[in-house]
Write a protein that binds this ligand. Structure first.
Ligand code: PHE
Length: 383
C-alpha cells in the first residue's frame, strides 16, 4: 500500500514537472512576479543604464524585503541595449519570449524606447519608461507609459530660462540629428524662444558618436551668439563644451536632461563652468525624501551620488509595483489598467499622476555647474 502511494506520488511529481516544462505554473513561479528592464548598460550612454539599474535594484530589494507584492516576490531581468536603438527590439523580445515578464521598465533614450515600444504594444506587455521625454514615445499605444515630463515642457522651461534668467536674445543651437530627443527638444525650444522674441542665429548639427565639433563651433562663433544651446547626451555635450571653450566661446552653454551623468564633469572638466541644464531632480535638494535617498544610495553604491536616472529608475519601479499591487495580479492587462489609474504617487523626483495620454506632469529643475560641482539653481513647475 505504502509502495503504491509512493509510486503515485512520484507519478504526480513527474506530471507536475511535465506541466512546468510546458509553461504552466510551478509552486515557485506562482510565488514570483517577473519584471524586465532593458537599459544601456554599456556603450556611449552607459551611465543612463547603469544608474537606472541601481535605482531599480534598490526598489526591488526594498519591496522584496517587505514581503513582496501581495505575498509574491519580484524577480527582475535586465537586458543591455548597448546604447543602440537597433539593439532595443531584441532586448524587449528576449524579455517577453525568454523570460515571460509581466511588465517592462525602459529605455531611457527616446530613440531606443521608440524602437522597442511597438513590440511591447503588439505583445500587450505594459512598458514604463523612467526617462524618455520625447512626446512620440507614449503615442505608440495604450501599453506605453512614462513617469517623467515631456519635451514640449522641457523646451519651454529652457527657452524661458535663457530669455529671462540669462537675458539672452541671440542663441545658437547645436543638436544631434541622429537622436529623436535632441531633434525634438531643439524644435520645442526654438518654438518658445522665438515666441518670446528671441532669435536662433545658428542651427548646427552633429551625429551621435562624433568627437570633433570644431567646424560647427567655428560657424557658430561667426554668428556671435549670447548663449549656445546643446540638447544632446553627456558624452558629446561635454566634448562640445570643451571644444567651444578652446575656440574662446566663453558664453553660457545650456543643455537638457541628457547632460545628467557622473561623466559630464569628468569629460568636460573646467570647461563646464558657466553651463546649465534642465533635470528631473537635484542631489543637493534639501528635502528629506531626497536626502534620505541620496544617503541610502551612497551607502549601497560606493559613496556615489545618484543622478536623475537612478532616481527615476527607482520611482518608475515603485510606481509599477504600486500598480501591480492595485491590479491584484500579474496579468498584463490588469497591470496596464492600474498603471493608467496612477494618481499622486509620491516619489523621490516629485509626485506622479499618469494622465489620459499616459504621460506625467512634473516639475523641472535647473542645474548650474559651478566651482566644479552640479548645483541646484531653481525649480520650474508645470502650469
Ligand atoms: N530624456 C532623454 C531622452 O528622452 C533621456 C534622459 C533622461 C537622459 C534623464 C538623462 C536623464 O532621450
Amino acid at each position: 500500500m505504502k509502495r503504491i502511494a509512493t509510486a503515485l506520488g512520484v507519478a504526480l511529481m513527474a506530471l507536475a514537472t511535465i506541466q512546468c516544462g510546458g509553461g504552466g505554473d510551478t509552486a515557485t513561479e506562482a510565488d514570483t512576479i517577473k519584471i524586465g528592464a532593458y537599459l544601456s548598460l554599456t556603450g556611449l550612454t552607459a551611465t543612463f543604464g547603469v544608474s537606472t539599474r541601481h535605482g531599480v535594484e534598490m526598489a526591488v530589494d526594498e519591496i522584496n524585503a517587505a514581503g513582496g507584492i501581495n505575498g509574491r516576490t519580484i524577480e527582475i531581468y535586465f537586458e543591455d541595449t548597448q546604447s543602440k536603438p537597433e539593439e532595443a527590439p531584441s532586448a524587449v523580445n528576449k524579455l517577453i519570449a525568454a523570460h515571460n515578464v509581466s511588465a517592462i521598465i525602459g529605455e531611457i533614450a527616446s530613440s531606443r524606447t521608440l524602437a522597442a515600444a511597438p513590440i511591447a504594444q503588439a505583445s500587450g506587455v505594459p512598458m514604463v519608461t523612467p526617462g524618455s521625454t520625447n512626446p512620440q514615445v507614449t503615442e505608440v499605444g495604450d501599453y506605453i507609459f512614462r513617469v517623467c515630463y515631456i519635451d514640449p515642457f522641457q523646451g519651454e522651461v529652457l527657452a524661458k530660462f535663457i530669455a529671462n534668467s540669462l537675458g539672452a536674445t541671440r542663441v545658437a543651437v547645436l543638436r544631434d540629428v541622429k537622436n529623436d530627443y535632441s531633434v525634438g527638444l531643439a524644435q520645442y525650444f526654438t518654438e518658445t524662444f522665438e515666441s518670446l522674441g528671441g532669435e536662433i542665429v545658428a542651427n548646427q548639427a552633429y551625429s551621435e558618436g562624433d568627437a570633433d565639433f570644431k567646424a560647427q563651433l567655428t560657424a557658430i562663433r561667426g554668428t556671435d551668439p549670447e548663449v549656445i544651446f546643446v540638447p544632446g547626451y553627456y558624452t558629446e555635450s561635454a566634448l562640445i563644451v570643451k571644444q567651444a571653450r578652446e575656440l574662446n566661446l566663453n558664453m553660457p552653454i545650456v543643455g537638457g536632461d541628457g547632460w545628467d551623468s557622473s561623466k559630464l564633469l569628468e569629460i568636460g572638466g573646467d570647461a563646464m563652468e558657466n553651463t546649465y541644464f534642465t533635470n528631473h531632480y537635484a542631489a543637493d535638494d534639501t528635502t528629506a525624501v531626497v536626502q534620505q535617498f541620496v544617503a541610502r544610495y551612497a551607502e549601497r553604491f560606493d559613496q556615489s551620488t545618484p543622478d536623475a536616472m537612478a532616481v527615476l529608475g527607482y520611482d518608475a519601479a515603485k510606481i509599477l509595483f504600486d500598480a501591480i499591487r492595485r491590479a491584484g495580479s500579474d496579468d498584463r492587462t490588469a497591470i496596464r489598467d492600474a498603471l493608467a489609474q496612477t494618481r499622486d504617487f509620491p516619489g523621490v523626483a516629485g509626485v506622479t499622476t499618469i494622465d489620459e495620454n499616459r504621460n506625467a506632469k512634473k516639475s523641472a529643475v535647473i542645474i548650474q555647474v559651478k566651482d566644479g560641482a552640479l548645483r541646484y539653481y531653481e525649480t520650474v513647475n508645470p502650469d
